[in-house]
Design a protein around this ligand. Structure first.
Ligand code: HEC
Length: 133
């Protein structure tokens, strides 16, 4: 009896530690990779998405950098002057650990900037870029 409990406990702690090694950001990337049927993500493409100007969205926010700023490690600011913490994971370690928050803001911000939702490939590239910053 006690032995069974011990085994269950050990199994549970092993699977817990494996999932904490991967972490929520890696889980998100894995989900985007499946959805995109992607062979991989590129920080370089993510950087291009982050800095490039689009004309399908709102004219005041043609780029991600319109709010997040051109320096990923510095705070950004919304058009009405609300400060935004840096997008770089090295500066704001809590970033992209809540999948619902990530999805909510991708939907909202991509629509503002590109005039459409970002594809899973674009989200994976962007996330790869800021995780390396
Ligand atoms: C209109 C201003 C604005 C623009 C433009 C903008 N963002 Fe954001 N973004 C915000 C705000 C405000 C938040 C929420 C506050 C926070 O997370 O600090 C946020 C949060 C996020 C988050 C969630 C962060 C987290 O910690 O989970 C992601 C992902 C994101 N933005 C991606 C993008 C991408 C990609 C673009 C360009 C396509 C972009 N944003 C353009 C204002 C903006």
């Amino acid at each position: 009896m006690n032995r069974t409990i011990a085994i269950v406990f050990i199994t549970a702690s092993i699977s817990f530690s494996t999932s904490s090694i991967a972490g929520p950001r890696e889980d998100l990337l894995a989900q985007y990779a499946v959805a995109a049927k992607s062979s991989g993500f590129s920080a370089e493409r993510g950087q291009t998405l982050h800095t490039r100007n689009f004309n399908g969205g709102k004219p005041v926010t043609p780029a991600c950098t319109s709010c997040h700023g051109s320096d990923t490690r510095a705070p950004g600011s919304t058009p009405i002057g609300k400060s935004i913490e840096a997008v770089a994971v090295s500066v704001t370690p809590s970033r992209y650990t809540d999948p619902a928050k990530v999805e909510k803001w991708f939907r909202r911000n991509c629509t503002e900037v590109l005039g459409r939702e970002c594809t899973p490939q674009e989200k994976g590239d962007w996330l790869t870029f800021v995780m390396g910053q």
